[in-house]
Design a protein around this ligand. Structure first.
Ligand code: ATP
Length: 458
């Protein structure tokens, strides 16, 4: 492997290679992308399975021996993408059946931004079925509360009052419609997974409360970013836990593929675990899209988890979720963000340092490739977030010395410190990661193939 030969040396800032997953605040990341996406949308005013049989559940009890403590919940922001076209799912009129009649406006029940002013102790839902007792957080799209389910008659009795999580969508028409679409996707996935074995969060019911769409979910404990922060800050989780989580996420991805749905926002924040941290569920389908209705936008998926084909403007499909899960697994194992680029251009730079230069055929076909490569297909590293003052960087086809996954995770020095079995497992993990992070989406491993990979099969 040779070090990058740079005609003008403009590597990404050294600090970019070392970003702790625990320090990452997704809301900052999102704001930048939102602004860019809005610009992009204004510019483009006009507007892609097979099942797999796998054993359930690895035993990951006792993997997290630390006591839990109240952790800080990362604040997140989300870009809402609502297509004008319908996706075969009947979308009710937002203003009908208790929808946001005052869409865009606020009422006494709402704050200035259309969030419902939740009062702890309040009972919401048909017959006051849900007794709200805790706030779980606020996102761009909704606020999430925890409530007791008092049953259909709203009376609740003793043992039969399970906790649920309710996502109360902001009172805004586009968000209401996005919520309806999220419900349709969740219902489709649940129909294909009757036994609830594919690790996608279950929607219990939904209703409208004072103009707000409310989605009632099974209750889970925390998301994977919080898990890493609490149990693996800066060092990551052990390989056994990573293996179990990888297995479950891939089962989820296989289901998405089967359903023809792309999640399009997979990252540690959008994967929840139960109290025992043994089972995970993929959540937040607010950006999910039918594979046949994917738009070309360079800002799809949260930036650190964004696949190169998104940035390059190539046709996208479910493979973008595999890439995002690859980035997520690296983060779980190391406690560090794999590609912490501050722009799409820096993302491409970091990706190429780790994976080698983007193949010329992809550059040629990518609609946005001209923003990052010159006419000789040489990479242009931007000094600023814009393409201005960019410098040509001649990248080798192989990874930059020390940046490839093997050097990072399974160098001879690292392997020497492990027993034989652990060394073999680590190597298998790195091999699988490499396959999930193939730059060419056509060569990227599918979830079904990944589930048969030595790392998971062993
Ligand atoms: N079923 C659940 N059980 C427990 N907590 C949940 C559940 N669903 C969501 N949460 C919590 O609420 C957070 C936000 O949920 P979600 O991402 O679905 O909402 P959102 O409004 O789309 O958020 P954002 O705009 O930040 O992406 C999750 O990261 C998690 O911490």
């Amino acid at each position: 492997m040779t070090k990058a030969e740079t005609s003008i040396a403009v590597p990404p800032p050294a600090s970019l290679h070392e970003v702790s997953a625990a320090d990452y605040d997704p809301s900052v990341d999102r704001k930048v992308d939102e602004a860019r996406e809005q610009q992009q949308q204004q510019r483009d005013a006009a507007p892609p399975a097979t099942e797999v049989e796998v054993d359930e559940e690895d035993d990951i009890d006792d993997m997290f021996s630390l006591d839990t403590e109240a952790g800080e919940k990362p604040k997140k922001k989300k870009t809402i993408r609502v297509k004008k076209t319908k996706n075969g799912v009947a979308l009710p009129d937002a203003t009908a059946a208790g929808g946001p009649a005052h869409a865009g406006l606020t009422s006494n029940w709402d704050d200035d931004e259309g969030y419902y002013r939740i009062v702890l102790g309040e009972r919401i839902g048909p017959k006051g079925r849900f007794h709200v007792f805790a706030n779980l957080g606020k996102g761009m799209f909704s606020e999430v509360v925890r409530a007791k389910d008092l049953g259909e008659d709203g009376k609740g009795s003793g043992d039969s009052t399970p906790d649920v999580a309710i996502k109360i969508v902001r009172s805004q028409e586009t968000m209401y419609k996005a919520g309806i679409k999220e419900i349709a996707h969740l219902q489709k996935l649940a129909r294909l997974d009757v036994d609830d074995k594919r690790h996608v969060v279950r929607l219990v019911s939904h209703f409208t409360h004072r103009g707000h769409l409310c989605m009632v979910f099974e209750n889970l404990a925390m998301n994977l970013r919080e898990v890493v922060k609490r149990f693996g800050k800066d060092v990551g989780l052990n390989l056994k836990a990573v293996k179990a989580y990888a297995h479950q996420m891939l089962l989820g991805l296989a289901l998405f593929r089967k359903a023809g749905i792309v999640h399009a926002d997979l990252k540690p924040d959008n994967v929840l675990v139960n109290e025992a941290k043994t089972t995970l569920k993929i959540c937040d389908l607010g950006s999910a899209v039918d594979v046949n209705e994917m738009d070309l936008t360079p800002y799809l998926v949260s930036r650190f988890y964004r696949a190169p084909e998104v940035i390059l403007g190539l046709p996208c499909d479910a493979s973008i979720d595999t890439w995002a899960v690859g980035c997520t697994l690296y983060e779980l194992y190391t406690g560090r963000i794999l590609f912490p680029g501050r722009s799409n251009n820096q993302m491409l730079h970091l990706i190429q340092e780790t994976k080698g230069k983007v193949p010329t055929k992809l550059i040629r076909k990518g609609q946005f490739a001209h923003l990052h490569f010159d006419e000789t297909n040489t990479f242009l590293a931007h000094a600023a977030p814009t393409a201005a003052n960019s410098a040509r960087v001649v990248l080798p086809t192989s990874p930059v010395n020390g940046q490839d996954l093997k050097s990072r995770l399974a160098s001879p020095q690292v392997l020497r410190g492990l027993d034989e079995q652990e060394a073999r497992r680590t190597q298998a993990f790195v091999e699988l990661l490499g396959r999930m992070l193939e730059v060419d989406p056509a060569k990227r491993i599918t979830p079904q193939e990944a589930l048969r990979h030595a790392f998971l099969a062993a």
